[in-house]
Design a protein around this ligand. Structure first.
Ligand code: HEC
Length: 96
């Protein structure tokens, strides 16, 4: 019963463009972010920052990815909070 409720909620909340599950930060990044940031985070299209050199805190990542900055779109309307966390975890992995 609880699972069913969660599935219904998952389907109705937000209008996410990509359907993903846990650990899919990479898929989200490749679909939504790589066109400007490049697959490895270094492309820098439209002045996008090199994500491998980024020195932001988790809170700053959350703020920038959710609300956007200049050309960078705000993602909170297109991705769920969980998807935003997944993609942030993935861009932190790019730095290694
Ligand atoms: C339309 C192009 C575009 C797309 C798509 C895009 N970005 Fe960006 N991103 C930018 C630009 C331009 C900046 C630099 C903004 C500025 O001047 O501070 C930026 C900056 C950032 C920063 C800040 C880096 C730093 O060190 O200051 C992060 C983090 C980031 N983007 C993550 C993402 C993620 C995650 C996605 C996908 C969900 C994404 N971006 C999609 C263009 C884009």
């Amino acid at each position: 019963m609880k699972t069913l409720l969660l599935l219904i909620l998952w389907g109705t909340i937000g209008n996410h463009t990509t359907t993903t599950g846990p650990g899919d930060g990479r898929i989200i990044f490749e679909n939504e972010c790589a066109k400007c940031h490049g697959l490895d985070g270094t492309k820098g299209r439209f002045g996008a920052k090199n994500l491998q050199k980024s020195k932001l805190t988790d809170a700053e990542y959350l703020k920038i990815v959710s609300n956007g900055r200049f050309i960078m779109p705000a993602w909170k309307k297109r991705l769920t909070g969980e998807q935003i966390n997944q993609v942030i975890n993935y861009i932190k992995e790019l730095k290694k």
